[in-house]
Design a protein around this ligand. Structure first.
Ligand code: GLN
Length: 547
């Protein structure tokens, strides 16, 4: 028996529905329930893969190769449950499926309409692939009252009747603004937003109210009576210093108890939240600190590096240090004169994933700075590609080394497989002759070289990591690059695609073609981030000794 919890948001956007859903799931999980979380996004893009990271933040990649909303990253980090393609649906995908069916004649001449055809497709997306779970939490993107979320709310209204009210519930996240001149938390916006829901036939069972201070009993009573919920079901979601404090904070306010009570499930005993207590302690009271310089170009919207920042935090918890993240605009490093000023004092330098030529020379300069000054370095995806180009230019004498992502080049150190593998014997080794002309997205296996630093970091040689890139390091340059001190220490199992490079004669220098940050969890930090932050910690301590 799978129960569905629908999570909507009202009053304003950005209240943290994603984290609220993830935290509730974590609480239910801590009570031994099997949970899954999914998200319905009201925009018309078929998926967020083509949306600008400046506007929409990071694109989160699932094992099965879906490009999804960044909230799925929170879901995974809070629950450890790997998301699937079916866990993120957009209006664009729903419409494109319905229109494809219409063109095929599947509707047998019927007039195709929002109700029932679009709403049926939404209902199908909600319930599909949920067998075996005790709870499925469904987050609805956007804010109640938006025109574009109406079909989703209508689909939920119908689903509640289809599945039974006793098996479904609605949690509504709102804001209680504090008005200093009145000295009060205001409940009116919440009342209005619940009215919007009621207008479309949805009655929330729980109100999760974001607030910067506790809700006085009178206000709680008022919200309860105006919004038609139990006073105990008005839960304060007070501001917290770390998102990982949310499960504990919600539990203290009775959130999980109210959900279970509604479904008639046992809720008297307290869940085991020791995992979360440990993480929160780790975030709040670290013994040491490290300073990491992150050289990227989407630094104006840090949401575009969400998983990366979380993974660094996880690495920090495991090493008992606070990780100060210094976001450095790659273009400012194009002038080598700025390098020392902006990178001096960093205990680690990280070049993350990225697209396009702008900023690439600054990133290459940052790689060189880390290599020459023996500062721990982690290059991710684009960062690894830049590390290879830097090696080729500075150590292998290939002055023109570049990536075909930036245009034609005489020395394509990084290129599309269709460019450097076509017509070679390498191709025969690729399964099914796959030239990978499109993006490599999703989880792929790799083999690490026995005895390499990266193998030591992982403690194994067979790994599986998530990718999202179109260009690949050109393996034809392996020999000339390995004449320098660079090592190709991880390859695709067929030996064709370089997956990891490292300098064994450097304190800690690793570049990876995949995105390890996508797999890191607070309670299961990714080994590369544990290793990188650990190396930075060493660097920090030795720096302190030297002053
Ligand atoms: N732009 C590069 C590519 O497509 C790297 C992508 C990334 O860093 N995710 O190969």
């Amino acid at each position: 028996m799978t129960r569905f919890v629908f999570v909507t948001g009202g009053v304003v956007s950005s209240l943290g529905k994603g984290i609220a859903s993830a935290a509730l799931a974590a609480l239910l999980q801590a009570r031994g329930h099997k949970v899954r979380i999914r998200k319905l996004d009201p925009y018309l893009n078929v998926d967020p893969g083509t949306m600008s990271p400046y506007q929409h933040g990071e694109v989160f990649i699932t094992d099965d190769g879906a490009e999804t909303d960044l909230d799925l990253g929170h879901y995974e980090r809070f629950t450890g449950v790997h998301a699937r393609r079916s866990d993120n649906t957009t209006t664009g995908r729903i419409y494109s499926n319905v229109i494809a069916r219409e063109r095929r004649g599947d509707y047998l001449g019927a007039t195709v309409q929002v109700i029932p055809h679009i709403t049926d497709a939404i209902k199908e997306a909600v319930v599909t692939d949920t067998d075996g779970y005790d709870f499925v939490l469904v987050e609805i993107g956007g804010t109640v009252g938006d025109i574009e979320s109406l079909p989703f709310l209508e689909a939920i209204r119908q689903l509640r009747n289809d599945l039974g009210h006793e098996n479904t519930m609605c949690v509504h996240l709102t804001l209680l603004p504090y008005i200093p001149s009145a000295g009060e938390l205001k409940t009116k916006p919440t009342q209005h937003s619940v009215k919007e829901l009621q207008n479309v036939g949805l009655q929330p069972q729980i109100l999760l109210c974001r607030s910067d201070r506790p809700i006085p009993q009178t206000e709680r009573q008022k919200i309860a009576s105006f919004c038609n919920v139990r006073p105990e079901a008005v839960i304060a979601a007070l501001d917290v210093d770390t998102i990982y404090a949310c499960p504990i904070a919600y539990h203290e306010q009775g959130m999980d108890r109210e959900v279970l009570r509604y479904f008639g499930l046992p809720h008297e005993t307290a869940p085991d939240l020791s995992r979360w207590e440990k993480i929160v302690r780790g975030v709040r009271e670290p013994k040491g600190e490290v300073r990491i310089g992150i050289v990227g170009k989407y630094t104006a919207l840090l949401d575009s590096y969400k998983s990366l920042a979380e993974a660094l935090l996880h690495g920090g918890i495991s090493q008992d240090v606070r990780v100060h993240m210094n976001w450095i605009d790659a273009e400012e490093l194009e002038d080598p004169a700025n390098l020392d000023e902006l990178l001096r004092g960093m205990d680690g330098i990280l070049v993350p994933g990225g697209f396009g030529e702008r900023g690439s020379e600054g990133k290459i300069n940052a790689v060189r700075y880390a290599r020459e000054n023996k500062i721990p370095f982690l290059g991710i995806c684009f960062g690894m590609q830049m590390a290879v180009i830097e090696c080729a230019r500075s150590l292998a004498g290939l002055k023109k080394a570049s990536s075909t992502e930036f245009g034609p080049t005489d020395e394509p150190l990084v290129g599309l497989m269709t460019e450097w593998a076509r017509g070679t014997e390498l191709l025969r080794r690729r399964e099914g002759g796959d030239l990978g002309g499109t993006m490599r997205v999703g989880a792929y296996p790799a083999k690490l070289v026995e005895g390499s630093r990266v193998a030591e970091v992982y403690g194994k040689t067979d790994i599986r990591e998530r990718h999202r890139h179109r260009w690949e390091v050109n393996v034809h340059y392996r020999e000339v690059l390995e004449k320098t001190s660079l090592r190709f220490s991880g390859m695709s199992p067929d030996g064709v695609l370089p997956e990891v490079v490292e300098y064994p004669d450097h304190p800690w220098f690793i570049g990876v073609q995949y995105h390890p940050e996508l797999l890191s969890k607070p309670f299961d930090p990714h080994p590369l981030f544990v290793g990188f932050v650990g190396a930075a910690k060493k660097e920090h301590l030795s720096r302190e000794e030297n002053v």
